[in-house]
Design a protein around this ligand. Structure first.
Ligand code: HAM
Length: 438
C-alpha cells in the first residue's frame, strides 16, 4: 500500500494537538481583545508581487510560489504584514485611528527545518496604524508581554529585546558610511549572533576588508545592553539634535513600560536589527530566557510600507508571535494545558426500545449544553459500563427496561459509584442537579 506522509515541515494536528493549539489561540484572542485590538483575516494566497522587494531577500527566497491556471504569479503568504497594509491602506480614510488590529493565521516559508521552525506555522499578528509616536510601541510591547504572561510565563521564562534601526542608521552614518555600506552592515549585524565573523563576508566581498577599528566600533554598539550605555555611545550631551530627539523617544518608551510595571521583561539590546527589509525604527524580539529556543516573536515599526504598497502615508508598528517556539516553551515549563475530551454524561442503554427513550434525553441534554456520549451500536451492558468508565464521564445514565417500565432511569456517580433512581420524565433537571449541586 502506498503511504502518504505530510510534506517536510508541515504538521498534522491530531485532536490532542489541535486542542492545545486552540487553547493558545483562545488566550491570545482574549488578550488582544482586552487591549482593544479587533480581529481581521486575509487570503492565504496572494499576488507574488506583494512580497517582492518588500519583505526582504530572506523571505523572498523562502516563498512557496507558482503560476496559477490564469497565468498569475502567486505565493502562499509567508507573513501578514504586507497583506494587512493593503487592507488598512484601502480604507485608511474611513478607519478610526489609531487602528489596532490583530489576526491569527497560518503562514508558509520554505525554510531549513530546525527545532521550533517549520514550513507552515501560525502567528498572532498585532499592529497599530496611525500613531507615529512611541506610544504605539508601548501598547504593542505591553500586549506582547501579556500574551506570554496570560499562560503563567514569567520574567524568568522570557524577555523582550528592544533595539532601534533609526539609531543604527544615525550611528553608522556618523561613522561616515554611505547608504549601501550601511545596509550591508545592518544585514551583517542581524546575522552576527548566529554566524559570527562569517556574517561580514558579503560586505567584505562587496566593499573590501572591514577596517579593524570600524569592526570594533560595530561590535561595541552591538553589545550595548542599557539605555545609559546607548546614550554614552551616541555622544551624551554632545549628540546631534536628531539623535537627541531619538533618545527622547527611547525615554518615553522605556518610561511608559516602567509605569506599566513591565521593565523586568524588557532588555535594551542593540544586537537585534531584524532581517525584514521594511522596518524603520524601533524593533524588538522575544526570546526564552535560557536562550535555548529560536525567537518567540518579532516586530517593529514600518512607517513606509503602507505607502509603498499604494496606500497613503501611514505610520505603523506591530509584531508577530509564532505558535511553534511558543508551544515548545509552554511544554518545557510544564504550562501546556491539560486537555480533556471527556463527556459529562455517558448513557448506558439496554436495547432498542430503551434506545428510543434515551435518544430524546440525549438530544435535550446536548441542546442544554451538556457533553453527552452513548454507544452508537447496541452492545452488552458490561461493555457499556466499561466504556462509560473509560470515557472519563462524571455521570452515567442507565436506561434499563425494568426501570423505564417504572418511569425511572438510574443515575450513577462514576467517581464514587453510588447510584440512585431519578424520574425519567425530567432527566435534564436531575443531571443539572448533579452538576450544580443542591
Ligand atoms: P518574523 O520575525 O519573520 O516577523 O516572524 C515572527 C515570529 O514568527 C518568529 O519569531 C517565529 O516565532 C515565527 N516564525 C517565523 N518563521 C517561522 C518558521 N519558519 N517556523 C516557525 N515559526 C516561525 C514577521 O513575520 C513580521 N511580519 C512580524 C510583524 C508584524 N512585524 C510587524 N508586524
Amino acid at each position: 500500500m502506498a503511504s502518504f506522509q505530510t510534506l517536510p515541515g508541515f504538521r498534522d494536528f491530531y485532536p490532542e494537538d489541535l486542542a492545545k493549539r486552540t487553547h493558545i489561540f483562545r488566550v491570545w484572542r482574549q488578550t488582544a481583545a482586552a487591549f482593544g485590538f479587533v480581529e481581521y483575516d486575509t487570503p492565504v494566497l496572494e499576488p507574488l508581487d506583494l512580497y517582492r522587494a518588500k519583505s526582504g531577500d530572506e523571505i523572498e527566497g523562502q516563498l512557496f510560489s507558482f503560476t496559477d491556471k490564469g497565468d498569475r504569479q502567486v505565493a502562499l503568504r509567508p507573513e501578514m504584514t504586507p497583506s494587512v497594509c493593503r487592507l488598512v491602506g484601502e480604507r485608511a480614510g474611513s478607519l478610526k485611528r489609531p487602528i489596532k488590529w490583530f489576526s491569527i493565521a497560518e503562514f508558509y516559508r520554505y525554510e531549513r527545518m530546525q527545532r521550533g521552525r517549520g514550513r507552515c506555522f501560525f502567528q498572532l499578528n498585532a499592529d497599530v496604524f496611525g500613531e507615529a509616536g512611541s506610544e504605539a510601541e508601548i501598547e504593542l510591547v505591553a500586549l506582547l508581554v501579556q500574551c506570554h504572561r496570560a499562560f503563567g510565563l514569567t520574567e524568568a521564562d522570557f524577555y523582550v529585546r528592544l533595539s532601534d534601526r533609526t539609531l543604527w542608521l544615525h550611528y553608522l552614518g556618523s561613522l561616515g558610511l554611505d547608504e549601501g555600506r550601511i545596509r550591508m552592515l545592518l544585514t551583517a549585524v542581524d546575522r552576527f549572533e548566529k554566524q559570527g565573523d562569517d556574517a561580514f563576508a558579503p560586505y567584505v566581498s562587496a566593499h573590501g576588508e572591514l577596517p579593524a577599528e570600524l569592526k570594533a566600533k560595530l561590535l561595541a554598539f552591538l553589545g550595548i545592553r542599557s539605555f545609559e550605555a546607548l546614550e554614552a555611545a551616541l555622544g551624551g550631551t554632545a549628540a546631534t539634535p536628531a539623535i537627541a530627539a531619538r533618545l527622547a523617544d527611547w525615554r518615553k518608551l522605556l518610561g511608559g513600560l516602567e509605569s506599566m510595571g513591565l521593565s523586568r521583561f524588557v532588555q535594551v539590546d542593540l544586537g537585534v536589527v531584524r532581517g525584514l527589509a521594511y522596518y524603520t525604527g524601533f524593533v524588538f524580539e522575544a526570546f526564552d530566557r535560557k536562550g535555548e529556543l529560536r525567537a518567540l516573536a518579532g516586530g517593529g515599526r514600518y512607517d513606509d510600507l503602507v505607502a509603498k504598497l499604494g496606500g497613503p502615508d501611514l505610520p505603523a508598528v506591530g509584531f508577530a508571535i509564532g505558535d511553534m517556539t511558543f508551544s515548545l516553551l509552554l511544554q518545557e515549563r510544564g504550562l501546556a494545558p491539560q486537555i480533556s475530551h471527556a463527556p459529562d454524561v455517558y448513557c448506558v442503554i439496554g436495547g432498542e426500545a430503551e434506545r428510543r427513550a434515551a435518544f430524546g434525553d440525549i438530544q435535550r441534554l446536548r441542546t442544554a449544553g451538556f457533553k453527552v456520549e452513548y454507544p452508537l451500536r447496541e452492545v452488552a451492558f458490561g461493555k457499556q459500563f466499561k466504556a462509560a468508565a473509560d470515557s472519563g464521564a462524571k455521570v452515567a445514565l442507565i436506561y434499563g427496561s425494568d426501570e423505564l417500565a417504572r418511569g425511572v432511569v438510574k443515575l450513577r456517580d462514576l467517581a464514587d459509584r453510588t447510584e440512585r433512581e431519578v424520574p425519567a420524565a425530567d432527566i435534564e433537571a436531575s443531571v443539572r442537579g448533579f452538576f450544580e449541586g443542591p
